[in-house]
Write a protein that binds this ligand. Structure first.
Ligand SMILES: [Zn+2]
Length: 240
C-alpha cells in the first residue's frame, strides 16, 4: 500500500485528500472516504483494497471530525464534505463564521471543482464508504412514508439484517446485483432526490455508477462482507 497527499500549488484552499493505493491502478474505479470520524469504513476499505491489490482510496483527512474546518487569511468556515459536490449543496452547507464569506464560497467552489476534475470526473464507478450511529440513518428511513422516502426509487430489505447496514446506489444494475445477494439496498430516485450536494447526487447527474457502502459504526465484519460483494460486482462489470 502506498499513500500520498497532494494539493494544487496555485489554489488558496484544497480539500485535504490523501490517496491510498494498492497494487495496480484502476482508473475506471475510485474509492472514497469523506467523513474523517467514520473509522470502521476507512479501515474496512483499506483492508479490502489490500486484498484486491488494485485501485486507490481517496481519504479526506481533517481533524477526525465529520466536518472540515478551514481557517485562512480570508475567512473561517466549515462544511460537511458530503454536501459540497453541487453548487446548490455548497451554498446551503457552507457555514461561514467570520471574515469574507463571499471569498470563502469561491474558495470552496474552486477547491471542489478541482477535486472533482482531478479525481472523479472520469470514473465509471465510485465506491463511497460511510458509517452511521445507532440513532442515525438506516435503510428503514427510505421506506415509503419514511423521512427519506422521496430519495428512493426502489428498496430491498433483507429480513433479520441490521437496518444500519445498507447499500445506497444510483443504478438499476448495482441495485439488482446487490439485492440478489440478500443485502439491504436503496436505489436512489435520480429524478426526485433533493439536491443536497452529496456525492450520490453529483454522480447521478454525471451518470456515473455510484455505490455507497453504509454500515453501522463498528460493524467491521458486515462492512467487509458488503465490500466483498462490491468486489464481485467490479469483477462482473468492470474488469477487462
Ligand atoms: Zn459518512
Amino acid at each position: 500500500m502506498t499513500s500520498g497527499s497532494s494539493a494544487p500549488a496555485d489554489s488558496v484552499m484544497a480539500l485535504p485528500v490523501t490517496q491510498i493505493c494498492a497494487g495496480t491502478p484502476w482508473p475506471d474505479i475510485v474509492w472514497i472516504h469523506v467523513h474523517d470520524n467514520e473509522e470502521t469504513a476507512r479501515q474496512t476499505a483499506v483492508q479490502t483494497l489490500s486484498q484486491i491489490q488494485q485501485g486507490c482510496l481517496l481519504d479526506l483527512r481533517h481533524d477526525g471530525s465529520r466536518e472540515i474546518s478551514i481557517q485562512n487569511n480570508q475567512a473561517n468556515y466549515h462544511f460537511d464534505p458530503n454536501r459540497i459536490f453541487t453548487p446548490r449543496g455548497r451554498q446551503s452547507s457552507l457555514k461561514c463564521r467570520d471574515g469574507n464569506c463571499d471569498v470563502a464560497a469561491k474558495q470552496l467552489s474552486q477547491a471542489t471543482k478541482h477535486f472533482l476534475n482531478q479525481y472523479l470526473m472520469h470514473a465509471k464507478l465510485i465506491v463511497a464508504v460511510h458509517n452511521n450511529h445507532p440513532n442515525g440513518l438506516s435503510v428503514h428511513n427510505y421506506k415509503a412514508g419514511g423521512s427519506m422516502a422521496q430519495a428512493m426509487n426502489k428498496i430491498a430489505i433483507s429480513p433479520n439484517s441490521d437496518g444500519h447496514d445498507f447499500f445506497y446506489v444510483t443504478t438499476q444494475q448495482a441495485f439488482e446485483f446487490l439485492a440478489s445477494r440478500n443485502f439491504n439496498v436503496v436505489l436512489q430516485n435520480n429524478q426526485q432526490v433533493q439536491d443536497d450536494g452529496s456525492l450520490s447526487v453529483w454522480a447521478s447527474q454525471q451518470q456515473i455508477d455510484y455505490i455507497n457502502v453504509e454500515a453501522g459504526m463498528g460493524h467491521s465484519a458486515t462492512q467487509l462482507a458488503m465490500l466483498a460483494a462490491v468486489w464481485s460486482y467490479m469483477q462482473q462489470y468492470y474488469q477487462v
